[in-house]
Ligand binder design. Structure first.
Ligand code: ADP
Ligand code: MG
Length: 245
């Protein structure tokens, strides 16, 4: 096992290419994308629909394998691990907020948040305690014992965020976590992600909203699977106003 020093980014994507078979041809969802996310850094990903944003997150999170290139998570190259090792590393290292949230409606808010901790071997009691604390942080502790389908859209989103932030995982991946939210709730979500990164997590957040992307330290703009990395101080609007925007 390779070692990780403090200066090693918790997440590195190197030369990532992803192609999908499409009838006789292929779709190139990602082309030679390099992204490294340092501890404490929040990277925004923007780009038109179909530009490869979700594919990038799925590959970063080990949910899909790249066609070429490598993902290094906590100093470990995912491609060298077997399925179980990869799943274990992913569970311990990554908090994932899915675009469609993936809450389990048959579980309460607290049970949804406690689940990843229990899968990781925490006792139900400890997991429950941490889950309640995480729900407190995102402001839905009062709804902890409601079932998933008895929560509003904004509440569900916060529960999904609590589930990703619980246990202080070193990497947070969020695929349009503000998608269904109004601007006030959207800002709230970004503030929570920002806070997690300020505490030391490495984060990637996909968003369509340039104003929300301003919470990120920098933005990687995807177009047709290719990445254009912008410095923090380049106004996102200038990038969005590119030739085919
Ligand atoms: P975005 O999240 O930016 O909207 P995606 O990463 O979902 O884009 O998709 C990038 C491209 O890859 C699109 O052309 C999409 O149709 C294609 N794609 C994504 N997943 C698959 C898949 N499982 N099979 C075939 N094509 C896919
Ligand atoms: Mg997507």
């Amino acid at each position: 096992m390779s070692t990780t020093t403090d200066s090693t980014p918790p997440l590195q994507l190197r030369g990532i290419t992803k192609t999908y078979a499409d009838g006789d041809g292929t779709i190139r969802a990602l082309v030679d994308v390099d992204v490294a996310v340092a501890a404490g850094e929040l990277v925004g990903v923007m780009g038109p629909s179909g530009s490869g944003k979700s594919t990038l997150l799925n590959i970063a999170g080990g949910l899909e394998s790249p066609s070429a290139g490598e993902v290094v998570l906590q100093g470990q190259e995912l491609g060298t691990l077997d399925r179980d090792e990869r799943a274990r590393l992913r569970r311990g290292a990554i908090g994932y907020i899915f675009q469609d949230l993936n809450l389990l409606d048959a579980l309460t808010a607290a049970e949804n948040v406690a689940l990843p901790l229990e899968l990781d071997g925490a006792s139900p009691r400890d997991a429950q305690g941490e889950a309640l604390a995480a729900l407190e942080v995102v402001g839905v502790a009062a709804k902890a014992h409601r079932f998933g389908d008895d929560l509003s859209g904004g509440e569900r989103q916060r529960v999904a965020i609590a589930r990703a932030l619980v246990g202080n995982r070193p990497v947070i991946l969020a695929d349009e976590p503000t998608g269904a939210l109004d601007s006030v709730n959207g800002e709230q979500v970004m503030r929570l992600l920002r806070k997690a990164c300020d505490r030391g997590a490495a984060g990637i957040v996909v968003t369509h909203d340039a104003q929300l992307a301003a919470w990120a330290d920098r933005v990687v703009f995807l177009r047709d699977g290719r990445a254009v990395d912008t410095a923090a101080h380049v106004p996102v609007g200038d990038v969005l106003a590119g030739p085919s925007a």
